[in-house]
Design a protein around this ligand. Sequence first.
Ligand SMILES: NC(=O)c1ccc[n+]([C@@H]2O[C@H](COP(=O)([O-])OP(=O)(O)OC[C@H]3O[C@@H](n4cnc5c(N)ncnc54)[C@H](OP(=O)(O)O)[C@@H]3O)[C@@H](O)[C@H]2O)c1
Length: 311
Amino acid sequence: MNIMNAVRLHGYGDPEVLVYETVPRPEPKADEVLIRIHGAGVNPADWKMRQGYLKDKFPFPLPLILGYDLAGVVEAVGTQVTDLAVGDEVFAMVPLHQLGAYAEYTVVTAALIAPKPSTVDFATAAGIPSIALTAWQSLFDLAQLEAGQTVLIHGASGGVGRFAVQFAKWKGAIAIGTASTQNLDALRQLGVDRAIDYKAERFEEQVSNVDVVLDTVGGNTRQRSWQVLKPGGVLISTEGAAEPVVAPSTNIRGIAIFVTPHNNIQLRQIGSLIDSGVVQPPKVEKFALQDAAKAHAAIQHEHRRGKLVLT
Ligand SMILES: NC(=O)c1ccc[n+]([C@@H]2O[C@H](COP(=O)([O-])OP(=O)(O)OC[C@H]3O[C@@H](n4cnc5c(N)ncnc54)[C@H](OP(=O)(O)O)[C@@H]3O)[C@@H](O)[C@H]2O)c1
């Protein structure tokens, strides 16, 4: 039996429940690829899963290897895989019902894997898939954002928000972003048409008649957002189901995004936009795989500006 090092969750709780240990190495099925992982992204959902907040939604048996964003090199391919070869540099989002990226190796369905953008290193690539796909699917699949429309993006300085700003501008839309004071310049560098300091201003007094709101904050921010939408507008939320708090006659809709990898088409397109310099991925802060608990403490309790990645 082949073995590998991985970080496993043995019970729900504080970061110390993450244990770095030796486990069996998975074998790829016919339609899968074994990837040697060089970077695994750490996301807000990871600490929520670790804490047990999502255990009803994702009832995994324990012990469990967390993590769904990765970049690495193809180590072996299943018998039916024809479009990937040993040695290919790749990145992927593993479906949320599977996980397994906090490890030296994992298996992923070949159809979900895209070539790693060649202009970024593995750690940077590992920080991209799920947040970029969330922004893409929110704006284009759910909201069907078009050139000339206006989108208000809450949490525009965050992982999802940064990609959303850049995708909206690439599409030819008008992007308004909210962030805290120290991140406003960064938003302007990303290309927002208007940056709103959510700590100093009330966005609903500054903005009206928008086509789309992308809400990555939830709560009171979402509640106050309905009034800025034009009739027929749509609010997409990363924070669960969103019932419009407006008269039904306005035809305003609320939709919850639940990101899924689908296939590799969107990820390939995102990789191309990065390689052509149209879209900038976030800067990363690296932690060794065995320090996953430290990365979890950081993402849960500290206000980090970069994307955390296990290497
Ligand atoms: N449903 C899904 O499929 C899905 C997929 C991906 C992510 N998510 C969820 O989406 C959320 C965002 O994820 P992320 O990776 O982008 O997180 P992140 O990188 O931690 O970013 C969160 C951002 O929210 C901003 N923020 C906090 N309070 C705010 C407020 N009142 N108004 C405006 N901005 C505010 C912060 O901005 P400042 O630093 O400027 O204060 C921060 O940059 C998380 O809850 C995550 O779990 C859901």
